[in-house]
Design a protein around this ligand. Structure first.
Ligand SMILES: *[C@@H]1O[C@H](CO)[C@@H](O)[C@H](O)[C@H]1NC(C)=O
Ligand SMILES: *[C@@H]1O[C@H](CO)[C@@H](O)[C@H](O)[C@H]1NC(C)=O
Ligand SMILES: *[C@@H]1O[C@H](CO)[C@@H](O)[C@H](O)[C@H]1NC(C)=O
Ligand SMILES: *[C@@H]1O[C@H](CO)[C@@H](O)[C@H](O)[C@H]1NC(C)=O
Ligand SMILES: *[C@@H]1O[C@H](CO)[C@@H](O)[C@H](O)[C@H]1NC(C)=O
Ligand SMILES: *[C@@H]1O[C@H](CO)[C@@H](O)[C@H](O)[C@H]1NC(C)=O
Ligand SMILES: *[C@@H]1O[C@H](CO)[C@@H](O)[C@H](O)[C@H]1NC(C)=O
Ligand SMILES: *[C@@H]1O[C@H](CO)[C@@H](O)[C@H](O)[C@H]1NC(C)=O
Ligand SMILES: *[C@@H]1O[C@H](CO)[C@@H](O)[C@H](O)[C@H]1NC(C)=O
Ligand SMILES: *[C@@H]1O[C@H](CO)[C@@H](O)[C@H](O)[C@H]1NC(C)=O
Ligand SMILES: *[C@@H]1O[C@H](CO)[C@@H](O)[C@H](O)[C@H]1NC(C)=O
Length: 675
């Protein structure tokens, strides 16, 4: 399975490397530990046993990335020890009396070992630790039986990590003794069933079930839980126990990357603040209950045999108003679902909503007024939907004064919607890429009235042809993205931003010579895909950090420009230009400057006298160089001489040995044929 084990791979890669790099083990083992105050750090030291002779006051001992296989009964003679870390060894088990002298041990890290081998023995050792609070057993190939044995009697445990093991199902025996446990990490196992497993853990607050195979979470009733992460499973249903009459403490619920069809059935009372539902197939269905289209549609679903104490859970499917308490929700992430609309009053139930992410759904219209979006809203991402209209009256627009980020890209918005939304008073960042805005400007023929707070404006691929000269006047944009608008005119309008602009995207706009001399604050410039034959002189005078020059018609970069750029640039993109190998001094300038990252170096090509190839092979180019003594001239000089010599040899050969040839020809033609 690909979902677990990356860290063990790293571990296993590090080990052999360390074996090679480690100093010869003739040193006494103690010297391989670094002592600081009461901590002994003996990581990465090729050790096969616990070093002896450390100060008896040692409180923390780290032995990660060594070669230990077991701990002998007498190996830990440090009575003050509270923390022991043995991650990434080859531990198969602990002898039962390992901890006889370390009764104060609280933290034990056994991650990434082979504890599945002798787990009963290890269990007996763990039982002798009366105060253990923190235990990491991640990545030890443990199944649920082994885990249950290992966790027997660990009544003081507060943190347990079992991630990356082989647990498949959990029941009430699994964590029976863990009465104090607060955090439990079960991610990256093979869990497909959980049956009352957490009834014995009344203090559990953080539970991670991510990356398992759970098909549903029904009868959810862990009211004390604060964080539940069940992302990356196969969950189709999330249903809270309906008759639970308590306020759930849950603040963060992560159900992203599952198979939810319905909005989760949340508790009737809760403190839920962060609700992550991205990448499911959630939709609302009340519009289907008109009983004409689907006359016999059942409106409830029953879940039977959920456990011993509960008989049946009935969920009313089609009633959109029955999704529980969302009154505290601040973040609602519904990216990549199938929403067509919000049920009436849905948004109104979330007066604290500040981040709403509905990218990549199927919304066709949105009425900010009727949904009563409130002043708490900071971020609204409705990009990549089928939005044609966003309705909002003036009062609503004024109310949304805290809305700073608005992403409307990849929609089909009508002109009046886009124009109105530019007026949002607090807007700082607006993305209208791949939308209709170009068409709107053409038809209206007037500039938009943009709010003064705007700093970042994205208008990629919007069919812009002409920007009115006064379009940006009065604005202090720092970020303007106009790429993918081929044939764009209106450079004059951009000039008015020369004092504030830090990023300018003009890729694939076919801009001609542009004078950048006034853009003193520009840090990032994209002029890729523009058929430029020369780098504009003004570019090298800028204080640029990033420059995209890909896919132009540059043959070289003059060395004075290259020098100037190299001293400031951090990143430069240069592929897709017909460079001349014989004028590639600039390449050496860029690549020898340590602070410049030349992206895709090996893909930059150039042509010399004979062929086009990677510019990195510059030592072997065939150039006609200035002094006239190039390889090319040698070929011109020696070529004819060689040909003459070969001719002379052939003639001599023919005159001296005519008989040999005669014979061989004869032989050839006297061969018997198959006829
Ligand atoms: C461990 O727990 C079992 C029951 O779960 C109990 O019978 C046994 O006495 C306990 N052992 C110790 C050492 O606490
Ligand atoms: C549990 O262990 C895994 C792997 O060792 C690690 O990635 C994860 O962060 C740990 N969980 C917690 C909550 O610390
Ligand atoms: C849930 O767990 C996954 C995997 O560890 C992690 O990537 C994700 O950020 C977690 N979700 C939250 C809300 O912390
Ligand atoms: C819920 O609990 C409260 C007190 O805890 C009680 O007054 C109320 O009647 C209960 N409601 C229901 C429907 O059981
Ligand atoms: C069907 O819908 C109509 C109006 O929408 C309603 O009056 C009627 O009671 C519904 N019938 C059933 C069986 O739900
Ligand atoms: C709906 O139910 C009625 C009676 O129960 C039945 O006669 C009818 O065929 C059903 N319609 C459909 C479309 O299943
Ligand atoms: C949905 O449930 C609410 C609350 O129980 C009820 O008021 C409303 O009438 C229901 N709507 C439908 C369509 O059944
Ligand atoms: C949006 O909602 C408001 C208030 O409910 C309503 O007056 C307006 O007509 C709606 N706009 C559209 C376009 O539906
Ligand atoms: C607007 O945002 C500010 C700062 O984030 C916050 O203090 C204020 O309460 C918000 N306004 C509303 C009505 O939520
Ligand atoms: C807007 O959303 C699109 C995806 O729909 C994303 O690619 C783009 O980066 C977002 N814009 C901003 C400014 O975050
Ligand atoms: C520059 O613009 C082009 C054209 O839109 C785009 O493909 C490229 O990714 C942009 N460069 C960078 C560094 O973002």
């Amino acid at each position: 399975m690909s979902v677990h084990g990356t860290s063990s791979i790293i571990c296993c890669l590090l080990l052999p490397m360390w074996i090679i790099l480690a100093p010869a083990s003739s040193h006494p083992q103690r010297s391989q530990c670094k002592l600081t105050q009461r901590t002994a750090l003996c990581n990465n030291s090729n050790l096969t046993s616990v070093p002896a002779g450390l100060p008896s006051s040692t409180e923390e001992l780290q032995l990660n990335h060594n070669l230990l296989k077991t701990l002998q009964d007498d190996s830990l003679q440090y009575p003050s020890l509270t923390t022991l870390s043995l991650a990434c060894n080859q531990m198969e088990g602990l002898h039962p009396n390992t901890f006889q002298s370390t009764k104060l041990l609280k933290n034990l890290n056994l991650a990434m070992n082979n504890l599945y081998v002798s787990y009963t023995q290890t269990s007996n050792a763990l039982k002798t630790l009366p105060g253990i609070k923190f235990l990491d057993l991640s990545e030890n190939r443990l199944d649920e039986e082994m885990a249950a044995v290992l966790l027997q009697n660990l009544t003081s445990l507060e943190y347990l990590n079992l991630s990356g093991n082989l647990l498949r199902r959990l029941d009430e025996t699994s964590f029976r003794d863990l009465r104090q446990v607060r955090e439990l990490d079960l991610q990256r196992n093979l869990l497909f069933e959980i049956d009352n497993a957490f009834d014995g853990t009344p203090r559990l607050q953080r539970l991670n079930l991510a990356f398992n195979y759970l098909p549903c979470l029904t009868d959810f009733h862990m009211s004390q839980l604060v964080v539940l992460n069940a992302s990356h499973n196969f969950i189709e249903w999330f249903i809270t126990r309906p008759d639970a009459n308590v306020t759930f403490q849950i603040e963060t619920l992560d159900l992203s990357d599952n198979k939810l069809l319905f909005f989760p059935f949340l508790p009737e009372m809760s403190r839920l603040r962060n609700l992550h539902l991205s990448h499911n197939v959630v939709s609302f269905y009340e519009h289907l209950t008109d009983n004409v289209t689907f006359p016999n549609l059942t409106s409830t679903v029953d879940f039977h045999n959920l456990g011993r104490n509960t008989s049946t859970v009935t969920a009313k499917l089609w009633n959109d108003s029955l999704h529980g308490d969302v009154s505290s929700v601040e973040l609602l992430d519904l990216r990549g679902n199938k929403l067509q609309y919000f049920p009436r009053g849905f948004i109104r139930k979330m007066p604290s909503l500040s981040r709403l992410r509905i990218r990549s759904n199927c919304l066709e219209s949105l009425n900010l007024t009727s949904e009563r979006f409130s002043a708490s809203l900071l971020e609204l991402d409705v990009s990549d939907n089928g939005l044609i209209e966003i309705a909002a009256d003036d009062v609503t627009l004024r109310t949304l004064s805290n809305l700073t980020y608005l992403n409307l890209s990849r929609n089909d918005l009508d002109c009046s919607s886009s124009r109105r939304l530019f007026n949002l008073p607090g807007l700082r960042s607006m993305d209208l890429s791949y939308s209709n805005i170009g068409k709107c400007l053409r038809e209206a023929g007037v500039a938009w009235n943009t709010t003064e707070s705007l700093r970042q404006l994205f208008l990629k691929g919007s069919h812009l042809e002409r920007i009115p000269p006064s379009a940006f006047s009065g604005l202090a944009l720092t970020h303007l993205e106009l790429s993918d608008n081929p044939g764009l005119r209106g450079q004059q309008s951009i000039k008015s931003l020369s004092r504030t602009l830090q990023h300018l995207g003009l890729g694939n706009t076919h801009v001609g010579e542009l004078d950048f001399a006034d853009f003193l604050n520009l840090k990032s410039l994209n002029i890729s895909c523009n058929s430029l034959e020369h780098l504009p002189a003004s570019v090298s005078s800028l204080d640029l950090r990033q420059l995209d020059l890909r896919d132009n018609k540059l043959s070289t970069i003059p060395s004075n420009q290259a020098d100037a750029l190299a001293s400031k640039l951090h990143t430069v993109f240069l592929t897709g230009n017909p460079f001349n190998c014989c004028q590639s001094e600039w390449f050496r300038t860029f690549t020898t400057t340590k602070t410049v990252h030349v992206v895709g170096q090996s893909d930059i090509e150039c042509a010399d006298l004979f062929q086009t190839r990677s510019i990195r092979h510059y030592s072997s180019f065939l150039c006609r160089d200035e002094s006239g003594e190039s390889f090319f001239w040698y070929i011109l000089l020696f070529g004819p001489i060689c040909i003459s010599l070969v001719g002379i040899v052939v003639i001599v050969f023919l005159t001296l040995k005519p008989k040999v040839i005669h014979k061989s020809i004869k032989k050839k033609y006297s061969k018997p044929t198959s006829y």
